[in-house]
Design a protein around this ligand. Structure first.
Ligand code: B16
Ligand code: MG
Length: 217
């Protein structure tokens, strides 16, 4: 089958991690504790629910189900207000170049994100038309490192997992891609993402020759 390239969203296509951070920090501060950028690293690729559980753990806060649901809602409302004005300038360097190159090669392009806000974000940065399939936090039951999100994406474009290439910035995402039997490409720090088949600092380091080698007709 044709090669499919599956992109994570946050940390790969756009840097929404900074807005997630602001929203989680606001909630932590309201609850009376600090939340650092370093702690925010643990939240990458992790579902909203799991993030809140970790945050409350950091703050040593016990929550009723009602509190938990309210704080989830508050965090997301704040996050949505931060991303409201996002535009194409927030697309990370050379992402567009790679997407255009792969589109030209007639490869399948899919999104595999944990975010329930993936579609509105892609719309804001005008990348929605690039993707043949979008799988996001509204489609999956099991979060990364479970391979479900990427397996659904492969299924949607009718490509076998071994012909899929995944771009991911989170350790959990690389593990998910590996478990799915796909080629994993880490975007970020080589030490952190050492489980990936290949690692690049960002898309400016990825050559068209490299992409060509990964592409099957
Ligand atoms: P939402 P990705 C993930 O996106 C983020 O990395 C993670 O920090 C966030 O908690 C998760 O989406 C859920 O996002 O609250 O918008 O549903 O990296 O999988 O694209
Ligand atoms: Mg990510």
């Amino acid at each position: 089958s044709k090669t499919a390239f599956i992109f994570d969203l946050d940390g790969v296509i756009v840097d929404t991690a900074k807005y997630h951070y602001l929203a989680w920090k606001k909630l932590a501060n309201e609850l009376g504790f600090e939340f650092t950028k370093e702690q925010n690293e643990l939240f990458k690729g992790v579902s909203r629910k799991r993030c809140l559980a970790i945050l409350l753990d950091i703050g040593g806060i016990e929550a009723t189900q009602e509190d938990f649901d309210r704080w989830m809602r508050e965090k997301n409302e704040d996050y949505l207000s931060y991303i409201e004005d996002m535009d194409t300038s927030e697309i990370l360097p050379d992402v567009l170049k790679v997407l255009n190159y792969l589109k030209d090669k007639k490869a399948f392009l899919a999104l595999g994100s944990a975010s329930k806000n993936a579609k509105p974000i892609l719309e804001k940065v005008k990348l929605l038309p690039y993707f043949d399939a979008i799988v996001d936090g509204t489609d999956v039951a099991k979060a990364k490192p479970d391979p479900e999100v990427f397996l659904i994406a492969a299924h949607k474009v009718d490509t076998k997992p071994e012909n899929c290439v995944v771009f991911e910035d989170a350790v959990a995402g690389i593990q998910a891609a590996n478990k799915a039997g796909m080629t994993s490409i880490g975007i970020g720090d080589a030490k952190t993402l050492s489980e990936a088949d290949f690692v690049f600092k960002d898309f400016t380091e990825i050559s068209t020759e490299f992409l060509e080698r990964l592409t099957k007709a």
